[in-house]
Design a binder for this molecule. Structure first.
Ligand code: ZN
Length: 295
């Protein structure tokens, strides 16, 4: 059996090649067809929306969809320009807010994002929303879901060739997806991503923020606010980090990399940031436009 698993993995690597995650350059093994990942995600996402109440707070909804759409546009044009548009093939982007006081947000493959009302006061303003959105979109772009599914499939179906497994056991494949995303049992409470995935999503999230015209340095303030507010829940984006301090240190380490995209012309959205770096006007723009009333 072990030998079979090895052969499956080896063949898969030869046939599909190990692809590299944008920005981090980490090699990853993704064996599920994107069309299948997307289809399963679209089903699960609409099931979630059917079973949960969509927020009626217009400010929250427009903030989340504005930030989501800006980021979608910047990352899409970047990936297109780098011949990586397969990363977003077949996507149907959607950014929703649900009426729920949990401090939480998560994403599914194919461009599906959910914010919970409870996270909005913690975000404080549009840039705060961008911190969370950048992290979630980073999970999507990095295809962490497919990688995690691949690991699950190899563990459970290692003896079978993958195409046989997908064809003969679609139910089992679907179950692995549902288990990974916690759909069915406790919807929206995802199994934690690995620390590698979390750190990578933080790093790429800063870059996505910068590309969309948000100052990635503001992520530090967001995490400091999260640390101060504490709370016993473990939302998706807190899942596998040992401490806020470690996370903030890592973010600081990756800031210079992200700032290259902030100061560049990639997003072309000049109005989102100040004209001169370093002066007081630099922090005008996205941050000041919308304030979220806390409670
Ligand atoms: Zn995460």
């Amino acid at each position: 059996m072990k030998r079979n698993i090895f052969i499956v993995i080896a063949l898969a690597i030869i046939i599909s090649g190990c692809t590299k995650v944008p920005f981090s350059g980490r090699k990853q093994l993704r064996l599920l067809p994107s069309t299948q990942m997307n289809a399963m995600a679209f089903d699960a996402y609409s099931q979630f929306l059917n079973e949960n109440q969509i927020s009626t707070n217009h400010q929250y909804k427009s903030l989340v969809s504005n930030v989501g759409n800006k980021m979608k546009n910047s990352i899409s044009s970047y990936l297109n320009s780098k011949n990586m548009k397969d990363r977003i093939a077949g996507f149907q982007w959607e950014f929703n807010v649900v009426k729920d006081n949990q401090v939480n947000a998560w994403a599914m493959p194919g461009g599906k994002v959910v914010f919970y009302e409870g996270i909005m006061p913690k975000c404080k303003d549009e840039t705060g929303v961008a911190v969370v959105m950048g992290h979630e979109i980073a999970h999507i772009i990095a295809k962490h879901g497919n990688e995690r599914m691949t690991q699950g499939l190899l563990a459970q179906m290692g003896g079978l060739a993958l195409d046989v497994a997908l064809e003969k056991q679609p139910e089992q494949t679907r179950n692995i997806f549902l288990a990974a995303y916690g759909v069915g049992a406790q919807v929206g409470m995802m199994l934690p991503y690995s620390r590698t995935h979390e750190k990578e999503a933080d790093r790429i999230g800063l870059i996505i923020m910068a590309m969309a015209g948000y100052d990635p340095g503001e992520a530090i303030g967001f995490w400091q606010r999260m640390e101060q507010s504490g709370g016993g829940q473990i939302p998706e984006f807190l899942s596998t980090h040992p401490s806020y301090d470690t996370r903030i240190q890592e973010l600081k380490k990756h800031l210079p990399e992200a700032m290259k995209y902030y100061n560049g012309t990639s997003s072309g959205k000049k109005g989102n940031k100040g004209n001169k770096k370093g002066d007081n006007g630099n922090k005008k723009g996205n941050k000041g436009k919308f304030k979220i009333g806390g409670n």
